[in-house]
Design a protein around this ligand. Structure first.
Ligand code: ATP
Ligand code: MG
Length: 140
């Protein structure tokens, strides 16, 4: 195990329902530490660039519209095995398939409006963190 950093996004469905604190608490309870955080509204260009890997998928336009529909909270989580742990705490992409006690199971509204994003590998974590934060703004 190693100390890692990963990018997390609290999505617009969750900020709309005032769930920012409840979701951050799940990460902190799991031993992850918020080492950078910003509330912002994504532009369409930022959403398209961030989810570019999905640009050929049928849900891409809807996903970008959803991600720009309200504020998000972008944050860097740090801890042992942070990348896998973040995804474990979030649960499966579709809330209907997510384990009991996970963020998506407890808070997600649909496969699209699933309350949280988490990087899926060390390379994407590094890219996604650099997409939103400068090194000087990450304080461990
Ligand atoms: P994320 O990248 O947001 O952490 P994930 O890695 O679990 O989620 P991906 O396959 O990368 O899932 O999909 C990215 C996002 O696209 C999902 O979180 C969800 O918001 C949306 N999405 C995925 N599959 C669908 C689908 N079939 N219909 C609508 N939206 C979808
Ligand atoms: Mg993903």
């Amino acid at each position: 195990m190693a100390v890692e950093r990963t990018l997390s996004i609290i999505k617009p469905d969750a900020t709309r329902r005032n769930l920012t604190g409840a979701i951050v608490a799940r990460f902190e309870e799991a031993g992850l530490r918020v080492v950078a955080q910003r509330r912002m509204r994504l532009t369409p260009e930022q959403a398209q660039q961030f989810y570019a890997v999905h640009s050929e998928r049928a849900f891409f336009d809807d996903l970008c519209a959803f991600m720009t529909s309200g504020p998000v909270v972008v944050q860097v989580l740090e801890g042992e095995d942070a990348i896998a742990k973040n995804r474990e705490v979030m649960g499966a992409t579709n809330p209907a398939n997510a384990d009991e006690g996970t963020i998506r199971r407890d808070f997600g509204e649909s496969v699209e409006a699933n309350s949280a994003h988490g990087s899926d590998a060390p390379e994407t974590a590094a890219e996604e963190i650099a997409f939103f934060f400068r090194g000087i703004d990450i304080v461990g």
